[in-house]
Ligand binder design. Structure first.
Ligand SMILES: Cc1ncc(COP(=O)(O)O)c(C=O)c1O
Length: 511
């Protein structure tokens, strides 16, 4: 039997100090009493074990009915804050003390590492956060110019679909993605990338990031080797390690991935994760003989090629670089497409094109980890593609991006006195620049940081290297640089480079 302590209220004028009742309030009196007493208990004013005045006394102090007070007590009993003992009275539960102690483990100090004790998976992801795209908008050098998007048109389509939605949109969901969007994607990739595929080969995802995660989990076991490009996309490389897979860093030169080196390093790898159209981030196109070599290796060893064609649709007219997927019949190639570059990363829509049987298996896996893709924008995008709007938008944007890039390159060549090596065949949305002065090249992270402070979307090329010696340089996001801002951006970049050169020279002379 718990020891019953007298509440420390005898000296107080009120039976329930601090509790106020406002009879003009919309809130019922019993709820006001309930909240007031609860606060007294949680703040420790009425301690655990203390008896609570009888409903009769409280009712007479507050000028309400006994029933009203008893109702408030019943709520508190139901919550476990009070306990009633027949014929003895009502008491603050002894458990309150324990609960308060547990709650008092200083949550305001913030959770510590020991408290959260995250998984190795999360630890590896955290350590690998070199690619800090999400944190600083200026660092999103590879983002498209979403301001040019035809929002009025998009909104009209959205309203026409969702102001009076068809039943199929409300009730039918497919973990593979909306069938009309899958068909529209088949038409779109045929037109832009020469890919022949049927809707049963297409799986809608939230983008290439999710596509790679799903595929790695569906196809590989811990310890399996994965070829990743070095330099390459840090996000993907880190995920490979976090999933317990063995990352094999493969060097990249002017003709893309060194397939010969990869085969020597890890002939039994299960996946090659590649960006053949425009190597990310240097822009090198994978040479045809290397594509054929890669395909022969995959077919021979039963490995998979994950073809990340992130800016495929934006590749300049007249110079189409066909994806590996289009090179004949290639069941070992999995094509990864995204609308993050052609429209916006905000859309969170991408797709996998693969063998129909693999697509079926991915659907089963996806059902457990992500259920199905949101239906909100899929029908809108489907109609946007079906009516040819995406084709014309992409055609317009290709022109805009190409013009911005060539204007930027011309300005660099005219003003930088050869300080930069302009990488040929750059991706649509950004321009990598080599740094000819090795002293600056070794400090490309600092230069990129200075450039960002000056409002230029810049990132150090060395940040994309893992094991292979980094190629010094910086990458400038040209996709979102309007023509009129290019001359001043280039001047600031050139000035920042000269300033750094002067600082380094002065430091060398004084040492
Ligand atoms: C190499 C590469 N592939 C694909 C993507 C697109 O990823 P997602 O479709 O998840 O937005 C990006 C985005 O920046 C990228 O850098």
């Amino acid at each position: 039997m718990p020891i019953r302590r007298k509440p420390k209220m005898s000296a107080q004028a009120s039976l329930l100090p601090g509790v106020r009742i406002d009879k003009t309030s919309n809130r019922a009196v019993y709820l006001q009493l309930y909240a007031g007493i609860k606060q007294l208990i949680l703040e420790g004013v009425i301690p655990a074990g203390a008896s609570i005045p009888s409903p009769r006394l409280v009712a007479s102090e507050f000028g309400c009915s006994r029933h009203t007070v008893a109702t408030a007590y019943d709520f508190l009993i139901a919550e476990g804050l009070l306990s009633a003992s027949h014929g003895v009275g009502t008491f603050v539960s002894e458990l309150v003390e324990t609960a308060l102690k547990a709650a008092g483990s200083n949550p305001s100090a913030g959770p510590t590492d020991a408290f959260i004790r995250q998984s190795q998976f999360a630890d590896i992801l955290e350590r690998g956060r070199i690619d800090r795209d999400e944190e600083d908008p200026l660092q999103i050098f590879g983002a498209p110019d979403a301001e040019c998007f035809p929002y009025t048109l998009w909104t009209k389509i959205y309203a026409s679909i969702w102001s009076n939605p068809k039943r199929e949109l409300l009730h039918v969901t497919s973990a593979q993605g909306y069938d009309r969007l899958r068909s529209a994607i088949c038409t779109f990739v045929h037109g832009t990338r020469g890919i022949r595929a049927t809707p049963e080969q297409v799986l809608i995802t939230s983008g290439t990031t999710q596509s790679v995660d799903l595929l790695l989990r569906a196809l590989l076991n811990p310890g399996d080797e994965v070829w990743v490009e070095d330099p390459g996309r840090p996000k993907a490389a880190t995920l490979v390690s976090a999933l317990g897979l063995k990352r094999v860093s493969v060097p990249v030169d002017h003709h893309g991935l060194r397939v010969d080196v990869a085969e020597q390093l890890a002939p039994d790898a299960k996946v090659a994760l590649v960006t053949p159209s425009h190597h990310y981030p240097t822009g090198a196109t994978l040479a045809l003989e290397r594509r054929l070599h890669l395909l022969a290796w995959a077919n021979r060893s039963g490995a998979w090629i994950f073809e990340d064609d992130y800016d495929g649709e934006l590749i300049a007219d007249g110079h189409p670089i066909l994806p590996i997927y289009s090179l004949g019949k290639n069941d070992r190639v999995i094509y990864l497409g995204t609308f993050s570059k052609s429209i916006s990363p905000q859309l969170r829509l991408g797709y996998i094109i693969c063998h129909p049987e693999l697509a079926r298996r991915l659907v089963r896996l996806r059902f457990y980890v992500d259920y199905f893709p949101s239906m909100n924008l899929q029908p809108v995008l489907a109609e946007f593609i079906e009516k040819g709007h995406l084709d014309s938008y992409v055609r317009r944007m290709r022109r805009i991006y190409r013009e911005r890039q060539s204007t930027f390159v011309a300005a660099i060549e005219a003003t930088a006195d050869g300080a930069f090596e302009v990488f040929k065949n750059a991706p649509a949305l950004f321009q990598p620049l080599g740094l000819r002065d090795e002293r600056i090249g070794n400090n490309d992270v600092i230069l990129a940081e200075r450039a960002r402070k000056l409002g230029i979307p810049a990132f150090a090329l060395s940040s994309f290297s893992f094991n292979v010696k980094p190629r010094p340089g910086i990458i400038i996001g040209t996709g979102r640089l309007p023509l009129e801002r290019i001359p001043s951006a280039v001047n600031r970049l050139v000035q920042a480079t000269r300033d750094m050169q002067n600082i380094i020279t002065a430091a060398e002379e004084s040492s």
